[in-house]
Design a protein around this ligand. Structure first.
Ligand code: IMP
Ligand code: MG
Length: 196
């Protein structure tokens, strides 16, 4: 089956979005310029959600220049698209102690928001001071849009690949973001069904 990739954000446009988000994070967490000032920022524990957010997280932590601690979570979902009640399970938990810490979740895309709700519910039990969310992409239609504190770019529809995001484990290495469509497919589902 042939696939068509349509550019959504060029590498330069992705960089611009990451830069803007980094600025917002620095402002929100009170980061100050000059490490020598002795003024240590209230740097958050950043939790990147595997696998899709790993490229974004790598760029974002370097762009903020904040003294972050970094950890990872990985989730998986069961059930088919036709079944409204997908359940999300935790495949890999964080390893750092986040009690009394500010936590920033780093996501690639918040779609229905099921994954994000599961993550937040799980992390809340560990007693952090705050939990905020930074997502590169946000579906305009997401019921959980309100959970995202720092949103890169909103997207209406289309399945996105590149910059760490995959369709069936492909395209993660692309520097830009693309919408994938599957050609010659009767009942074309526009690429849905990959991801994470
Ligand atoms: P949600 O639980 O519906 O919000 O799904 C969120 C997760 O599904 C994201 O963390 C992604 O890993 C994956 N996902 C959703 N939409 C896309 C997409 O367009 N491209 C790649 N992955 C996606
Ligand atoms: Mg993801």
């Amino acid at each position: 089956m042939d696939k068509t990739l349509t550019i959504f954000l060029s590498p330069d446009e992705v960089s611009a979005v990451v830069k803007r988000l980094a600025e917002e994070l620095r402002a929100a967490y009170g980061a100050k310029d000059g490490a020598a000032s002795g003024e240590r920022a209230r740097a958050p524990v950043m939790i990147a959600i595997l696998k899709g957010a790993f490229v974004f997280a790598a760029d974002l932590i370097r762009e903020t220049g904040m003294q972050v601690a970094l950890d990872f979570m990985r989730l998986g979902s069961y059930g088919s698209r036709d079944e409204p009640k997908d359940t999300v399970s935790i495949i890999k938990d964080i390893e750092l102690d986040i009690r009394g810490r500010d936590v920033l979740i780093i996501e690639d895309i918040v779609d229905r928001g099921l994954t994000l709700k599961t993550i937040i519910g799980h992390l809340e039990q560990k007693g952090p001071t705050s939990i905020r969310v930074c997502s590169l992409l946000l579906r305009a239609t997401s019921e959980q849009a309100g959970l995202v504190d720092f949103a890169g770019k909103s997207i209406d529809e289309g399945f996105v690949v590149g910059y760490g995001m995959d369709y069936k484990e492909r395209y993660r290495e692309l520097a830009g973001l693309y919408i994938i469509t599957l050609d010659n497919a009767p009942g074309n589902d526009n690429g849905k069904g990959g991801g994470r």
